[in-house]
Design a protein around this ligand. Structure first.
Ligand code: BGC
Length: 748
């Protein structure tokens, strides 16, 4: 008791002798952050400042223990919070309390066309990160989908800068509402994995600003992202992690970014460039840091001892260092030193539910035609009054998909496979049989997928391919409905960091299997699980095709809900599916993966310029396999009565949307704009607005989409800025980039 009294006295004395707080300014939560930063900075030694600018372990950097400024702890990102790894190594630490909820991949999130879903996703993943004491989540990724071969497309938000911008902003805000920084990556022009450390991208300023930068810009200027990660590749001959134009001229000067710029892991190559070209924190320069000896220790990082030496010798001034430390301190005050940040939560059913909602809204029904000449004979949704036996065929029906793919690999608390989901949904309404259909080379060679020494996908099958396929065909013949579940996976050379796909085709002979199944049973639905477009030579023989992404913990439940019609599909493609690779601009022009010019220097010209994705298909008048923005529903929507109004700063596009079918459903309506004709080349049309509307059967609603005129602009290279032209603009509204039902014009 006596002790307590004394303590109370001491506290009162410290805080109010003269009625004023005796807390140092930097610790005083009531003071503005900028004041706190200056105060903290003034108390720090040169060594303490430099220590903050580089990693101290695989995923952390130093704080200032003496001043009570905590360390920074980062984690991938972007689909769930990665398991703990060893201090100096990529290997898992073997904790037993770090199994997360795996959320759907960002391609799926973009396919929801629903910013509200992005807000929930961001808030939930931020809660998971916060609970795990991470103050920086390494995601989301917004590199534009330039080629369907890019191994990391599944971690990004598709081919259109406007769609990606609309989805990234709520994600960032959601994460940061937890006092956790979102670290938007990879800034910029990291559009392929092949030669990712060497490739030097050559792109026009116009394509850079109109196509490759807008999502980053939105994340920074609207989402107010607190962190950004540089990319591995080069631009203007300089690595993106210390690139004068990207990090200084664009990020800081044009967009007024006040957060931290961190390097990608191993993306720093030069001390001087790192000092002067806008990088704040260096990570991952050497893997297995200390285990490789002192010369590879964190102290040898480009921004560690070599930097300190330059400073001490007077060869670098403290000005740049202070600028970096200010940014890092700002991060601390926004995150670890924000006394009001919430506590977070981890692996909860609420988070799983959000993942499931996103998955259900993002799965895309690509095709759904009657399986017989009878108009009503649809394969999907599965009609249990007729389907008493369902054959599920394909490796992706049983394969773990939350593991693999590189840095976004997760240790999920659980993962419902498609087969489990379908069995659960069928219950006692139908018998579900499974046959493998095909086996991927990797499994047959390696005997199971290993992750940190543990076999995760114990689904080895060493029988000859013919036998495996014959078994599936027999199962298909004997079933009322056949659901093939294949696609890509997260092994090297598929949807995986560090390498690209070799072609557009499905791997492991799946095309042949699907063709054989189509012959065996006309009631066939093909489900593709991938983060990329694939070729579908069998598309005319499969009455139903579903694009199902990597959907995380709840993948199987979400897919089964869609296949059985419990949920009505409403996802739409965030990128085009070309028929063949040469229908893609980068490939048509032979500009992938870059030419090997002078030794060690790989140049890649983005000659297709602004004509990426549907912009290229429109320009070349090429019909895609499935267009950008495409996605069907189990109901139908009608578009009528377009009204376009000039409201000064904005244009408002209104139309009546009616659900003409028999069940409730949601439609992602899209507005594309054709800018007035000009001397410079213009896309035929560009996405400038969208809205997702839920309608019950028979219901009509007026959809209103407001488009700021500033959005109706192009990058004028002579002005180094966006310019809104004057003239006649055409507005096209409808269901996809190739299904525009209403057209109107406005002159301003
Ligand atoms: C990836 C980043 C990731 C980092 C840390 C790098 O290889 O490119 O996206 O955040 O590793 O795991």
């Amino acid at each position: 008791m006596k002790k307590l009294k004394l303590l109370l006295f001491a506290c009162t004395a410290a805080s109010s002798v003269s009625g004023q707080s005796s807390l140092p300014v930097y610790l005083d939560n009531t003071k503005p952050i900028e004041q706190r930063i200056e105060d903290a900075l003034s108390r720090m030694t040169l060594e303490e400042k430099v220590a903050m600018c580089h990693a101290q372990s695989k995923f952390s950097s130093a704080g200032v223990a003496r001043l009570g400024i905590p360390e920074n702890w980062m984690s991938d990102g972007p689909h769930g919070v990665r398991p703990e790894v060893l201090w100096d190594e990529w290997n898992q630490a073997g904790w037993t309390n770090d199994s997360c909820i795996a959320f759907p991949a960002l391609t799926c999130l973009a396919a929801t066309w629903n910013p509200e879903m992005a807000a929930r996703y961001g808030k939930a993943i931020g809660e998971e990160a916060r609970y795990r004491n991470k103050n920086v989540l390494l995601g989301p990724g917004v590199n534009i989908y330039r080629t369907p071969l890019n191994g990391r497309n599944f971690e990004y938000m598709g081919e259109d800068p406007f769609l990606a911008s609309q989805i990234v902003v709520p994600y960032v805000r959601g994460v940061q509402s937890n006092g956790v920084a979102a670290c938007v990556k990879h800034f910029a022009l990291n559009n392929q994995e092949a030669y990712r450390h060497e490739v030097n991208v050559e792109v026009s300023d116009r394509a850079l600003h109109e196509i490759y930068l807008p999502a980053f810009k939105a994340a920074v200027t609207e989402g107010k992202a607190w962190a950004i990660m540089g990319a591995y590749n080069k631009y203007k001959g300089q690595h993106a992690c210390h690139n004068q134009y990207l990090l200084v001229d664009v990020l800081r000067k044009m967009w007024h970014f006040d957060g931290v710029a961190v390097s990608d892991w191993g993306g720093v190559h030069d001390t001087r460039e790192a000092i002067y070209n806008g990088l704040d924190m260096e990570f991952g320069s050497w893997t297995n840091g200390l285990t490789w000896g002192e010369s590879n220790a964190y102290a040898s990082y480009f921004l560690a001892t070599p930097y300190l030496k330059l400073l001490k010798e007077g060869k670098a001034s403290e000005k740049e260092l202070d600028a970096k430390v200010r940014n890092i301190l700002r991060l601390a005050f926004r995150t670890t030193m924000n006394a009001n940040r919430p506590f977070g939560s981890f692996g909860t059913p609420e988070h799983a539910l959000i993942g499931r909602q996103v998955a259900q809204e993002g799965i895309v029904l690509l095709k759904n035609s009657p399986a017989t000449p009878k108009k009503e004979d649809f394969v999907l949704p599965i009609d249990f009054s007729k389907a008493k036996k369902i054959a599920v065929i394909g490796e992706n029906a049983i394969k773990v998909m939350t593991v693999g793919g590189g840095s976004s690999s997760l240790k999920a608390k659980y993962e419902i496979s498609p087969l489990e989901g379908i069995k659960k949904y069928a219950g006692n309404r139908a018998e579900v049989v499974f046959a493998r259909g095909y086996v991927n080379d990797f499994l047959s060679k390696e005997g199971g997928m290993k992750h940190d020494g543990m076999v995760i996908n114990d689904v080895v099958d060493t029988r000859p391919a013919e036998e495996i396929t014959a078994e599936a065909v027999a199962a298909a013949k004997n079933a009322d409905v056949v659901i093939f579940i294949g696609g890509l996976n997260k092994y090297d050379g598929q949807d995986c960091e560090g390498g690209d796909r070799k072609g557009l085709e499905l791997p492991y002979g799946q095309d042949k299997v699907i063709a054989a199944l189509a012959k065996a049973n006309k009631n066939l639905a093909v489900v593709i699980i991938s983060g990329n477009a694939v070729a579908m030579p069998w598309v005319n023989d499969a009455p139903a095709v579903v694009q199902a992404w990597y959907n995380g913990s709840e993948a199987g439940n979400a897919l089964a809900a869609i296949l059985t019609g419990e949920a009505n599909p409403s996802g739409k493609l965030p990128f085009s599916f070309p028929v063949e690779l040469k229908n893609n601009g980068a490939h048509a022009l032979g500009q992938y993966p870059g030419d090997s010019a002078p030794a060690g220097y790989l140049n890649e010209k983005y000659s297709e310029d602004i004509f990426v994705g549907y912009r290229w298909l429109d320009k070349q008048k090429i019909k895609p396999l499935f267009p950008f923005g495409h996605g069907l529903s189990y109901t139908n929507f009608e578009y009528k009565n377009l009204k376009i109004t000039d409201n000064g700063e904005t244009v408002s596009v209104n139309f009546d949307l009616t659900n003409t079918g028999k069940r409730e459903g949601s439609e992602a309506s899209q507005v594309y704009v054709a800018l007035p004709e000009m001397k410079i080349a213009m896309p035929v049309k560009q996405l400038k607005g969208f809205a997702k509307t839920r309608l019950s059967a028979g219901e009509t609603r007026t959809v209103e989409i407001a488009i700021p005129k500033s959005q109706l602009s192009y990058w004028d290279e002579s002005k180094n800025n966006f310019v809104t032209p004057t003239g006649t603009f055409e507005f096209l509204a409808g269901a996809s980039s190739a299904d525009l039902r209403l057209k109107g014009k406005l002159k301003f």
